[in-house]
Design a protein around this ligand. Structure first.
Ligand code: UT7
Length: 322
């Protein structure tokens, strides 16, 4: 028998307040035209008072549990990917655990910035396949608006807040054709000063602000994403022609187009949300996944591929048969 992690349900949550490019241009030296042309972003959601990474994560988790038909008490593992935790510690995953009323489970955060959800789902899958967990909540949740330098137009227009979640469950079958078929992670710390936050408890004792050398990140993203996608498809014994839906990290529409072109994937097989949500870091992949599941594009039995690249650099991809 083959034990695999099956995707049982998805959910997501966004802050109430949506901010258009035009609204941003009232306070930042930018324009709707520049942002749309260079990034494809038209809108982002920004957390308001009382909205935090844990509240968004909890709302997304509740929606995923409902969709999966799983009761909170049946969850034995929570992994939350974030670079913007409510507090330096405890792990935001434990705040979500308490909010969901789960008495006992394993709960921890994963920090891999924009690749965080790929890291989290890969770790959850390993724990499910090894028998440590049976039902896992995997969440990507961020409030990047609180890390942004609102005077740096080259970065502040690019990001948004939000959360996405999935419920994974263990399933044993003779052929193992369903569930997470393969995943692959990478990191290359030599580039960790191209996208970083200039503060932290152990250095400045401040939270810090996000800094990015955008063009260099862009170049690495296209190369690394195409390469890890080819790698993970080979691991699954499949080809790019087998992909029903690519659910990529949503950093820039031009990166999505370039990656699809490199993989010879039709653009209408790529789930795009960057126009509505901007870059929500670890939340972007599960947010996009939930949207495409709920609007009926992604259907049971289809093959989906998740991918992301972010600060570190870290990057990864994951192949799932629904
Ligand atoms: O999620 C993790 C992964 N992150 C990414 O993948 C981000 C990757 N990088 C990018 O998406 C792009 O590099 C950016 C969108 C960040 C920037 O686009 P670009 O085409 O590389 O623009 P640039 O940085 O070369 O800037 C071009 C010009 C500059 O002006 P000059 O020097 O040519 O006069 C900038 O000052 O655009 C200017 N500029 C802006 N103008 C209006 C930069 N930001 C803005 C802005 N509004 N918001």
């Amino acid at each position: 028998m083959i034990r695999r992690s099956i995707l049982l349900g998805t959910g997501s949550a966004l802050p109430v307040r949506a901010v258009s490019n035009a609204e941003l241009a009232e306070t930042v030296d930018t324009s709707d035209e520049w942002i749309v042309e260079r990034t494809g972003i038209r809108n982002r959601h920004i957390a308001g008072e009382g909205e935090t990474t844990s509240t968004l994560a909890t709302d997304a988790a509740r929606a995923a549990l409902d969709a999966a038909g799983v009761a909170p008490q049946d969850i034995d593992l929570i992994i939350l990917a974030t670079a913007t935790p409510d507090q330096t510690f405890p792990a935001t995953a434990t705040t979500v655990q308490a909010a969901l009323g789960i008495d006992d489970c394993v709960a921890f955060d994963v920090a891999a910035v924009c690749s965080g959800f790929l890291y989290a789902i890969t770790v959850a899958d390993s724990m499910i396949r090894s028998g440590v967990a049976k039902r896992a909540l995997v969440i990507g949740a961020e409030t990047f608006s609180r890390l942004l330098d609102w005077e740096d137009r080259a970065t502040c227009v690019l990001f948004g807040d939000g959360a996405g979640a999935v419920v994974l469950g263990a399933e044993e079958s003779a052929d193992g054709t369903r569930g997470i078929l393969a995943s692959k992670l990478h990191a290359d710390g030599r580039h960790n000063q191209l996208l970083y936050v200039d503060g932290g408890p152990s250095t400045t004792q401040t939270v810090g602000k996000l800094r990015m050398r955008g063009q260099e990140v862009f170049r690495h993203a296209v190369v690394n994403l195409a390469s890890v996608l080819n790698e993970v498809m080979a691991m699954a014994g499949l080809t790019n022609a087998d992909i029903d839906w690519l659910v990529p990290h949503q950093a820039n529409a031009r990166i999505l187009d370039a990656t699809a072109r490199k993989l010879k994937l039709s653009p209408d097989r790529v789930v795009v949300t960057v126009d509505r949500h901007a870059n929500t870091s670890a939340a972007s992949v599960p947010l996009a996944l939930d949207l495409a599941v709920r609007d009926g594009r992604i259907k049971p039995g289809e093959l989906i591929v998740l991918e992301a690249m972010g600060g570190g650099f870290t990057w990864g991809a994951c192949v799932i048969r629904l």
